[in-house]
Design a binder for this molecule. Structure first.
Ligand SMILES: [Zn+2]
Length: 129
């Protein structure tokens, strides 16, 4: 279970990868960027592509990430949304998952939709926006 409303993703600025950690304020609509930095390119596998990023986990610094699925929990204004089977890069060592920018946007959109329905707890399969 992913209790922390914190999402991490790899973004791209001018073709340079950038690792972004964001926190979603649970009471407000805003998304706060905590850190944004360029990962050390030497830690990246040569020949990586946007679609298939292999990176060393920044949490445990041991494992490498692999494409997988994770569940993301978002709490917003008292509503809890659990999004299942979210595509993510998952650390093979510690299990930390990294959700990319587009996926993050889709999750935020799903949270907005769920808020409109007035539910308190919702469990949804991931839908790409
Ligand atoms: Zn790890």
């Amino acid at each position: 279970m992913y209790h922390n409303p914190k999402l991490q993703f790899l973004g791209w600025i001018d073709n340079l990868p950038i690792h972004v950690v964001i926190a979603i304020n649970t009471n407000e609509q805003e998304t706060i960027v905590i850190t944004a930095y360029e990962p050390n390119l030497h830690e990246w596998k040569p020949g990586f592509q946007k679609k298939e990023v292999m990176m060393k986990c920044v949490i445990c610094k041991q494992g490498e990430t692999q494409s997988g699925l994770t569940n993301v929990t978002i709490e917003r204004r008292g509503m809890i949304l659990i999004v299942k089977d979210v595509p993510a890069e998952v650390c093979s060592n510690c299990g930390e998952s990294y959700v990319n920018e587009n996926t993050t946007r889709s999750i935020l959109r799903m949270a907005e939709d769920a808020l409109k329905t007035g539910v308190q707890v919702e469990i949804c399969p991931f839908k790409a926006a």
